[in-house]
Design a protein around this ligand. Structure first.
Ligand SMILES: [Cu+2]
Length: 519
């Protein structure tokens, strides 16, 4: 139920009664999308926030209440909000020119639907390049079981920060200014598509250096941090800082915790194109869920997190107390961000924003070991959709099945099918691929069949072959795209379309006019 500033009790009581009659709170929470100042590295910049009337960021409903939101656009430009990872009715998905018209400045839009999931989700603008300037917020769906997972729960939103506007960054990428150095370029593998040879930094082609990577420690059955000689990860946007809960490590959020108690960290990669490694340091963590969906608990202190993915990590504070930084290092960079857990009377240590060594590319070390708690029912795949991830770095155009969006090429399916999506990749950067409106299960990695994690976003590293499966039980037209903002914006986007879907809002031609064509 929305908190009302009204002093009159009667309307509130009426509200509660109506809400109860409908089996839950139906009064919408108003989410105001607006510009706010933010100080980063001593300089004040203007960013976007999604706030409730009382200043709460985002929206975290009880599952049993359902989802009831009115988005109020207080920006000077259009927007829409997408509820990342939620299984919802198609026209509630919040994608302009696919499932709704943009919300004009000063206008609002209602989103109402029952909730089918619980756990760590998030919301973000699906309009233009607004995601880089933090048109995003947490979306935690609560149940008594979610609350019982730990003594204390903390949401950590990770992001990337640049003093350069997203429009300028895109211009730079298109003109080659942000391109990785070409001196490390070598010919691509023989079997790669022709255009992939134009991409710089093919995996294994940059000269090996000392890099931080994730390793599975077989003896202790846990994920750990290791330093090895390997190529640095290829990245195409270089940020000025990384932030956690909108703060750099110069002035991180300090979270008070109690000795001996457990803390569940709900970590969200809300970045526009920075993948992360999450380092819990001296605290042994237990990974309980990815993308809001339970996995067989697996231990470690060093985890991979692709853009738009989430990690639920449970840690226990030692009885003797102390200060415990929870850090995230960017893929292919030395930059760090994070929060610090401290017990009473302990001050947080001074932390550097820079690690001494850069990191390797995200890979399948972690994904191969994840197992779903609630796998899909056993049944063969009826139809496999190909998803060949490609691109042309010279033109800065990114493609799925050789096509750059906007276009009218859809991946077509029918209700009732078990659908597979077979990802192949010919580019030197990995792509965090997100399918709207469904949970999918990772069922095959590099030829090995597994009962892998349920997810809504899959990191496809360079050189890998990965298949996911889902049950086609949610009729509609659903975006499937790379979640690196600049790849999504320059073509790596398509739609999975059910037979008989309502496509009245699908206007790729209008989108091309409004956002421009990548070609
Ligand atoms: Cu991508």
């Amino acid at each position: 139920m929305k908190k009302s500033p009204s002093k009159i009790l009667l309307p509130i009581l009426a509200c509660i009664l109506i809400g109860d009659a409908l089996g839950g709170a139906s009064e919408p929470v108003r989410l105001f999308v607006k510009e706010v100042p933010l100080k980063v590295l001593g300089k004040e910049v203007s960013v976007i926030t999604i706030d409730q009337a009382d200043g709460t960021q985002g929206y975290s409903p009880e599952k049993s209440d359902g989802f009831h939101v009115e988005v109020v656009n207080q920006l000077k430009v259009p927007t829409t909000l997408h509820w990342h990872g939620l299984i919802l009715p198609n026209l509630m998905d919040g994608v302009p020119f696919v499932t709704q018209d943009p919300i004009a400045p000063g206008k609002s839009f209602r989103y109402d639907f029952p909730l089918k999931q619980s756990g760590t989700y998030w919301m973000h603008s699906h309009y233009g390049l607004q995601e880089q300037i933090y048109n995003s917020a947490p979306l935690i769906i609560w149940t008594p079981e979610e609350r019982a997972k730990a003594d204390q729960q903390v949401v950590v939103m990770l992001s990337d920060f640049s003093f350069t506007s997203p429009e300028q960054i895109l211009k730079g990428l298109k003109s080659g200014a942000q391109k990785p150095s070409t001196k490390e370029k070598r010919p691509g593998k023989k079997n790669e598509a022709d255009n992939s040879k134009k991409m710089s930094g093919t995996k294994g082609t940059s000269s090996p250096a000392e890099v931080i990577a994730q390793k599975w420690n077989e003896q202790n059955q846990r994920f750990v941090r290791t330093v090895l000689r390997a190529p640095e990860a290829e990245i195409d946007v270089k940020y000025d800082a990384l932030i956690a809960n909108r703060r750099t490590l110069d002035d991180p959020e300090i979270i008070s915790v109690r000795p001996g108690e457990s803390v569940l960290l709900r970590i969200i990669a809300a970045s526009s194109s920075q993948n992360f490694y999450v380092d819990t340091g001296s605290l042994e963590a237990e990974l309980l869920a990815v993308d809001g969906k339970a996995v067989q608990p697996i231990k470690g202190n060093f985890f991979q997190l692709g853009v738009a993915q989430r990690l639920d990590l449970k840690v226990t504070i030692p009885k003797e107390g102390g200060a415990f930084p929870i850090l995230a290092q960017g893929e292919g960079t030395k930059m760090l961000c994070g929060v610090v857990l401290t017990t009473q009377g302990v001050s947080a240590p001074k932390l550097s924003r820079t690690a001494s060594v850069s990191t390797a590319a995200l890979d399948n070390t972690q994904e191969k070991r994840l197992r779903a708690v609630n796998p899909l029912p056993d049944r063969p795949i009826d139809r496999t959709l190909p998803a060949a991830l490609g691109g042309n770095m010279m033109k800065y155009v990114w493609t799925i099945n050789d096509a750059a969006y906007p276009n009218r090429k859809s991946l077509d399916i029918r209700s009732g099918e078990r659908v597979g999506i077979a990802f192949t990749i010919s580019t030197n950067m990995g792509h965090p691929m997100h399918l709207h409106g469904h949970d999918f299960q990772v069922v095959e990695i590099d030829g090995e069949k597994i009962s892998g994690a349920l997810r809504d976003t899959l990191m496809v590293p360079p050189g890998s072959k990965m298949t996911v499966a889902f049950d086609a039980d949610n009729v509609g037209i659903w975006p499937m795209h790379c979640h690196l903002l600049y790849h999504l914006d320059t073509g790596m986007f398509t739609v999975v379309k059910y037979d008989g879907a309502d496509v009245k809002f699908w206007q790729p031609e209008t989108q091309a006019k409004v956002f421009g064509s990548p070609n």
